[in-house]
Design a protein around this ligand. Sequence first.
Ligand code: UD1
Length: 429
Amino acid sequence: MKKIIINGGRKLRGDIFVSGMKNAALPIVFASILTADECTLENLPNVTDVNLSLKILESMGAQVTRLNQTTVRVDTRHFLPVNTCGDMVSKLRASTYLLGAELGRFGEALVGLSGGCDFGVRPIDQHIKGFEALGAVASVENGCNHVVAGKGGLRGGSVYLDIASVGATINVMLAAVLARGRTTIDNAAREPHIVDLANFLNMCGARISGAGTSFIKITGVEKLHGCTYTIIPDMIEAGTYMVAAAATGGRVTVRGVIPKHLETVTAKLIEMGAGVDEGDDCITVSRTSRLNRANIKTYFYPGFPTDMHPQFGALLATADGTSVITEGVFDNRFRYVDELVKMNAEIKVVGRTATVIGKPGLTGAPVKAVDLRAGAALIIAGLAAEGVTEITGVETIERGYDDIVGKLRGLGADITLRETFADNIEKAV
Ligand code: UD1
């Protein structure tokens, strides 16, 4: 079993570079299906979720060539929409994007129920509502979602999303780019990765406007073509390192970021008393005294990102005073709390609210990463704590963080990834 071992209490210092954004890379990989051509994707993060998305495409006839560590060429000319009810899709939340991409290109998709982090129920009713507005018929068959375009193919339609869902906005965009006529998405998600997907698709010949606002317009085109596209930097990875810097003290410059995407994180760190300096593509975080308490309410972008909630939970656990975190996006994002409590944090959860009673220090302990960002929170807590923290569930962290152990070691952290002989055999097979 893989473990991350942290000997805590060291101040982080130095520069760290962020990788491409996982949540932008995933829809763009699946969107390449729509081009039936060759796309070269640059700045892809080397994380297991993205690698799995490429494997899924490969298993369906796409040709995937790794040109270097961060660049992949995907040729989807021979991609075939075979039934994907298998094991691979069930491990990846983003495999739902196969529905929109296959429906858009082939007029039909049969895709197994997707996996991903367990934040409570994660329905796709808004995705389905969007497909139906384009004339598709949807059903669930033997544990798979089946969507079929109406006679004559998909046609543009008006979609009003009841929730500004990232996944539903992406899936409707994917289905609509090749549909006949004009589609509008009202109450669309505004996250930076929605803009990145629109930029990629437009570079392939799509006609999408309004991405980044809550009203997106898509005029269907006959055909797309391939392109070379660079994925935006990962704001959640950057935010995680900013919080790690604040939690341990010291001074860290996070490089290769878009500071605008991190405004809420920056504002919260400043409110808590950290030093934050923004450059054009870097942010420096420092801390000299104990941080102050703060309240957090997560919400859809440009609100405070739910994907930064657990990391701030770890930070607030050592702040001066009592903080309240209110989760505004998912039903159950508090599974990290029980693990932090093992490290001497004092946190009480009622419904969607956590009350965090800050203590001067945490203590290292054996803990388990129960989801991706929960794992990031435990790493932050372990770096700040006195003593040794052993984290299991490392595979969950590797789904979304590119070489987090190596990058943190570069900042002076005493952190190691321990792989057993069995782990290495599994990797080789
Ligand atoms: C994506 C991200 C995830 C992030 C989340 C919110 C990926 C692969 N994952 O997840 O990291 O935490 O956005 O920023 O990009 N909902 C419905 N019906 C639907 C769709 C969603 O009720 O049809 C609800 C969800 O249960 C949740 C909320 O809407 O409560 C937001 O979900 P959504 O924005 O769709 O998140 P994901 O795309 O699953």
